[in-house]
Design a protein around this ligand. Structure first.
Ligand SMILES: CC1=C(/C=C/C(C)=C/C=C/C(C)=C/C=C/C=C(C)/C=C/C=O)C(C)(C)CCC1
Ligand SMILES: [Fe+2]
Length: 564
């Protein structure tokens, strides 16, 4: 296998060497209390020195600001670009992996945050990298690979940014250089297809990497991690963007398409084996003063309903096309437009209720369920999310400069499990409260998963990343008990865990019977895959990677024999 390495290293002469990967034809078509049940001290150096220094372009540190240079030296591996385009190999296991765990965990996320000496600004700008953990008979084959989106390939070929990323925009000259027509600036052609936010396995076995642009839906091979090609939606629904988190089950793919022209949302459904989305229904935005729909990074469903969030953090068409970054990137905060939740019947597409709720900021809904009275009549919908206290500052917190330079400082904004209750008695208002005392999880809360069997049903447990303060980023794996209103937290000093992903024991009778998988980026530059017991949150096993892992976002599970 071709392993092309590049470095972001500090040489003794105090100059910073950056070498970027070049596409190689061989690479394919291209409460500090006893709630913390585990806490190991791991010290270590934080200098990152390239193992295979290829022809490096050496840039004297004087060409970069002191702050940037300092951040590059001290940067945690979680915020450091991956050094190799791809790798695969067996990794050794400490502990015991249950033999029933048979299949592949895939995790997607940004892996490359620079082009030569040009450094990206934001965590969400990085070029997508997919990581796999293939579990078989207690062994683990691991690997990673860059996703070959058009945006990534164009950047590698032209050694410059060619598409609009989350916070980065190509200089007009660069874009025209690449695409060549001014009209494209206003057509959406300039938006990225860098599918770095998540990965889903469709009911028919196809695996898609996703971002918020529809064109950024990319089919990959779950075994080789190779990019197969763009997932072409065969309908004519149009539009540029969709929710980054469709609801995917064995029988359907549900998603929301925000309408940026006539503010509203289409709720659409796609069957396994098909590329055609069919409209279930449409809801118009209620925020009268707003000219755009609220950002829908994710949304929840119950057994019979789709919940459409209309958040006061709204898309901004103007910002989508602006060359320079704006404080809220592609969005604007419009509290005067208020917050709403709309409830659509999955079967009829009709809006059954729409309520105003307190202002909120969420990226990730956890789950939702229907509350019924003793006669089976609908009383309310309950919807839970990782809620940022109606404060958008988390987006700024996730700028790479902050992540790299504020490590150990207590700057992570507070978050909670926000529980919405949407009454079905005709009341125009819903409520939003913390589902448990946020101190239980250190007032950090994001990157959640549940037992997928409980999707849309009354549930008790959620797994997420919480905080052990002081910290500038969530640094615990937290199991939330929504019934007892308590949390158990796993923490290791200096470690940054990625989203804890729950895999249920086949035939389990308890909701938390299974394992939790997370990938850990360590302070000393190393990384490992971690398996926790879903019930006790005790460590079952860990398997060390031969290199440090950059932070990743969301994952999915591909059971064995259902990969294709
Ligand atoms: C919005 C548009 C785009 C890109 C959107 C992207 C890449 C959004 C990614 C959002 C993510 C990963 C949110 C995760 C939040 C995690 C949090 C808050 C964790 C907090 C920890 O405390 C483009 C595709 C660039 C263009 C169209 C519009
Ligand atoms: Fe997400």
């Amino acid at each position: 296998m071709a392993c092309i390495s590049f470095s972001s290293s500090v040489s003794p002469s105090n100059s910073i060497a950056f070498t970027m990967p070049q596409l190689d034809p061989k690479d394919g078509p291209t409460a500090r209390s006893n709630r913390f049940i585990s806490c190991r001290k791991r010290g270590g150096a934080v200098r990152h020195v390239a193992t295979q220094p290829p022809a490096a372009i050496t840039i004297p540190s004087t060409q970069r600001s002191e702050k940037e240079a300092d951040a590059a030296i001290k940067s945690h591996v979680a915020w450091t670009s991956i050094r190799r385009l791809r790798w695969e190999g067996e990794i050794s296991v400490q502990g015991e992996i249950p033999l029933w765990l048979s299949g592949t965990y895939l995790r997607n996320g940004p892996g490359l945050w620079h082009i030569d000496d040009y450094n990206f600004r934001h965590l969400f700008d990085g070029y997508a990298m997919i990581v796999k953990l293939q579990f078989e008979n207690g062994r683990v084959i691991a690997g990673h690979r860059q996703i070959e989106s058009d945006a990534y390939k164009a950047a590698m070929r032209n050694r410059r940014l060619c598409y609009r990323e989350f916070s980065e925009s190509p200089k007009p000259g660069n874009f025209l250089f690449y695409v060549g027509e001014l009209a494209s600036l206003f057509s959406g052609a300039s938006l990225t297809d860098n599918s770095n936010t998540g990965v889903v396995r469709l009911g028919d076995g196809r695996v898609l990497c996703l971002t918020e642009t529809q064109k950024g839906s990319i089919v990959i091979d779950p075994e080789t991690l190779g990019t197969i090609g763009r997932f072409e939606y065969s309908d004519s629904l149009g539009g540029l963007i969709h929710s980054a988190h469709p609801i995917v089950t064995e029988s359907e793919f549900l998603t929301l398409l925000p309408d940026l022209i006539n503010p509203g949302y289409l709720v659409v459904r796609m069957e396994p084996g098909s590329n055609e989305r069919k409209v279930i229904g449409r809801v118009d935005c209620r925020g009268r003063s707003a000219q755009a729909p609220g950002w829908v990074h994710s949304f929840p469903v119950t057994e019979h309903y789709v919940i459409i969030p209309e958040m006061p953090l709204r898309y901004c068409v103007h910002n989508l096309l602006k060359a320079e970054p704006t404080p809220l990137y592609k969005f604007q905060w419009q509290p005067e437009s208020k917050s709403y939740l709309h409830v659509m019947c999955k079967a009829s597409g009709k809006i059954v209720t729409s309520v105003e709720v307190p202002l909120y900021v969420t990226f990730h809904f956890i789950n939702a369920y229907e509350e019924r009275d003793k006669d089976g009549r609908m009383v309310a919908v309950v919807a839970d999310c990782c809620e940022h206290n109606a404060d958008t500052s988390i987006l700024d917190n996730l700028r790479l400069e902050n992540l790299r330079s504020l490590s150990g400082q207590d700057v992570l904004p507070d978050a909670r499990v926000g529980r919405f209750r949407i009454p079905f008695d005709g009341s125009p208002y819903g409520t939003l409260e913390a589902a448990l005392d946020p101190e239980e999880h250190g007032r950090g809360m994001d990157m959640c998963s549940i037992n997928p069997y409980f999707l849309g049903k009354k549930y008790r447990y959620a797994y997420a990343c919480g905080a052990r303060r002081p910290c500038n980023f969530p640094n615990t794996i937290t199991k939330i008990d929504l019934e007892k209103k308590t949390a158990k937290n796993w923490h290791e000093e200096g470690a940054i865990p990625s989203e804890p992903f729950f895999v249920a024991l086949p035939g389990a009778t308890e909701e938390d019977d299974g394992v939790v998988i997370s990938m850990i980026s360590q302070e000393n530059g190393d990384g490992y895959a971690l398996l926790l017991d879903g019930s006790t949150l005790e460590e079952i096993a860990r398997a060390k990677f031969p290199y440090g892992l950059p932070y990743g976002l969301h994952g999915c599970w591909v059971p064995k024999d259902q990969k294709k």
